[in-house]
Design a protein around this ligand. Structure first.
Ligand code: SAM
Length: 254
């Protein structure tokens, strides 16, 4: 007789940027019923507190420069755990499909025959600016927005960002993982035609109680980051919309 096994289902769940109030209802229900949750480093403690206390929890935290190895190991772990867990939540910061490698994990799981579904989350590139009083589009200021990675480390995953084309083609530029490359990025955007006076905002730990911001221009921001010892994780927003912070910036009840 052929032995049949029922594989568990993996949910690639977006945790949002940190404020637990920004978790979706669907995501919260899944966390409360999960048998196993494998979560990334940027998922906030307030979101982790929603997890079913009976569930097994694994920190798959990725560190800069170790992405590929951690990624392969995590996918292998998901496939292994699907053999004997019914509801597996792969919890990722923000949205799984926005610089979250959700597509890669989903493809690997599909190839391995593991049922998988994605549950979107609110991405940091929209939510962090919003909590800082910066809409990524605004009539009269910007009718286009580009989300781009500033992480261009050597290795297998090497996006080749055309900063000149982005400078010309988008009125708002939201940069993820850009802090370590900020000098290169700000120089490349200016070489692409943006003036040194173009406004830029850095928002760190957006939507969390510890959210902090640094506002400057393409010409000044690198020195400001050094002076303030401003650290990751942060998103950068470039463009006129940053000026709206003066009228839209309010304290959120976090
Ligand atoms: C690997 S990417 C993951 C992005 C995530 N999937 C999303 O949709 O927000 C990690 C980067 O997202 C940004 N990020 C994530 N959470 C953030 C937050 N709460 N505040 C500011 N930036 C954040 C930072 O640029 C960080 O380096």
């Amino acid at each position: 007789m052929v032995k049949t096994t029922t594989l568990g289902k993996v949910y690639l769940l977006g945790a949002g940027p940190g404020d637990p109030g920004l978790m979706t209802l669907k995501g919260k229900a899944l966390l409360e019923t999960a048998d196993l949750v494998i979560y990334d480093a940027l998922v906030s403690p307030a979101i982790l507190a929603m997890i079913n206390p009976e569930a097994e929890q694994i920190n798959a935290g990725k560190r800069r420069g170790r992405h590929s190895k951690a990624q392969d190991e995590t996918t292998a772990l998901l496939i292994e755990k699907a053999q004997d867990h019914a509801i597996i939540v792969r919890l990722k910061g923000g949205d799984p499909f926005v610089f979250g490698r959700g597509g890669e994990e989903m493809a690997d799981l599909r190839r391995a025959g593991v049922p998988v579904e994605v549950i979107p989350g609110i991405t940091a590139g929209i939510a962090a600016p919003a909590y800082a009083g910066i809409p990524v589009t605004h009539r009269g200021y910007s009718c286009s927005v580009t989300f781009v990675t500033g992480h261009e480390a050597a290795g297998k995953y090497r996006p080749q960002v055309d900063w000149g084309a982005i400078a010309q083609g988008s009125e708002t530029i939201v940069i993820y993982m850009g802090l370590h490359n900020l000098a290169h990025i700000t120089t490349a955007l200016q070489a692409g035609g943006l003036s040194a006076d173009t406004a830029i905002a850095l928002i760190r730990w957006g939507t969390r109680p510890e959210q902090s911001e640094l506002i400057g221009t393409l010409g000044t921001i690198v020195a400001q980051v050094e002076a303030a010892q401003f650290e990751a994780p942060a998103v950068a927003v470039v463009g006129r919309v940053v000026e709206l912070q003066e009228i839209l910036g309010v304290k959120h009840s976090l």
